[in-house]
Design a protein around this ligand. Structure first.
Ligand SMILES: [Zn+2]
Length: 172
């Protein structure tokens, strides 16, 4: 076993949404040089300790941080707390596999299976519930949520195609 190491830099792209700068994209740029080390951190020399010609090519493909709301998707902005996380609440029971329990005692859950019907969509941070209008009925369908977000939440310019495609789809 050995490790291949490069240094590079991270470029974050910000856009102003409702007076706040929100990171909408992050790119990792790997450097040109690489170092090799063994499992104890000892320096390995290519062509002597190891032969990098035998390496199966693997790009330095850094994982993107989780995007706000969804990958390049529509951005929900809570009118109450300016948060960007939306949750769907159902009235029935939920089941979810416990995938892992870490050394802190924290649980990782797998896919959630819900047996009820949608009760409401709300801001994950403050509990603001999406309603069709001022004191209107609570929104419970995906289509209505899309409509509400299109009407009420400013979208980053890069995401406008998502908004436009959804608008078109709703008009059909
Ligand atoms: Zn909120």
């Amino acid at each position: 076993m050995h490790r291949k190491i490069t240094t590079g830099f991270v470029v974050q792209t910000y856009e102003k949404i409702n007076g706040q700068y929100v990171c909408i994209d992050q790119q990792f740029v790997a450097g040109d040089g690489v170092d090799y080390e063994d499992s104890d951190g000892g320096h390995l020399v290519d062509g002597f300790d190891i032969d990098s010609d035998q390496e199966v090519y693997q790009p330095f493909d850094m994982k993107d941080p989780s995007k706000i709301c969804s990958e390049r998707g529509l951005v929900f902005t809570c009118p109450s707390c300016q948060g960007h996380r939306l949750e769907c609440c159902e009235d029935g029971s939920y089941t979810s596999e416990v995938v892992n329990i870490d050394e802190e005692g924290d649980f990782d859950f797998g896919d959630i299976h819900a047996s009820g019907t949608v009760d409401r969509f709300q801001c994950l941070e403050c509990g603001f519930v999406i309603e069709a209008g001022e004191r209107g009925p609570i929104v419970t369908t995906n289509e209505r949520v899309v409509l509400w977000i299109l009407e009420n939440c400013e979208q980053p310019k890069e995401y406008m195609t998502t908004a436009e495609l959804l608008k078109k789809k709703l008009e059909e």
